[in-house]
Design a binder for this molecule. Sequence first.
Ligand code: SAM
Length: 281
Amino acid sequence: MNLCDINTLKPLLKRHGFTFSKGLGQNFLCEESVPVAIAEGAGVDKDTCVIEVGPGVGALTKELLVRADRVTAIELDKRLPALLKETVGDFDNFDLVEGDILKVNLKEICAAFESKRVVACANLPYYITTPAISTLIESGCFESITVMVQREVARRICAKPGTSDYGAFTPYIDYHATASVVCEVDRECFIPAPNVDSTVVRLDIRKTPPVDVDEKALFKLIKAAFAQRRKTLVNCLSFAYKDKISKSELEEILVSMDLSKNVRGEELSLIKYAELLTKLP
Ligand code: SAM
């Protein structure tokens, strides 16, 4: 069964009385080459176990199942297990967990995997793109995470300091992973077609972070630096750290780091944020 063929997909959905839920970010793949590109871009092979977020009717799941040791998919929509039974139920290396990716216990689910290499793959529901990526990263379960995201989010993930795409999520990702683009995917590759194009990104999780500072304090600093995007870094930080440091002391620190007093949050790399943290009282 070709699950990306519209002539297969439409009658299948109709038979099950399935209608797309916008609220659950349901845009299913209908271009065969895309799930293949995700599975291959993630390097899935017989030594790999995969967690898939949101299998839908199984277009990506099937490409993962033919390549992987095991695939466990996590799906929130209670209408989909019946469809998945029909589409991928014959694979003996498939498990389905009915639940919310933001709430399930990934450590417990992954503990059942026997292969050494565990990765995550998904065509992510857009309404939870960044929390889903953070949840996958912070579970500590994965060697890599290969996900389809809105092109705008992919640009943010891969942005260089000093560009308009650079945001608080960029140094967050850089702390945890190295990011690369697998492929670009146009909106016509989905049914229904969303309003934006997408990009598949692969995050290779770092064994150790590139900077050695207190993680919580670092992300508190980065959050404060991006809290008011139009303001300079000094203005953002003098507000967030008003009990600790004055505006002129902050300016002195920036100058000592070869940065302008008027520098903005998006101009600092992760390494510069870590350096700044060590200079704060
Ligand atoms: N993988 C399928 C594909 O590529 O055709 C479907 C992808 S669709 C963009 C997103 C899927 O995630 C849907 O099946 C949706 O029901 C599911 N989903 C939405 N929110 C979820 C959540 N919080 N946890 C797990 N799955 C979720």
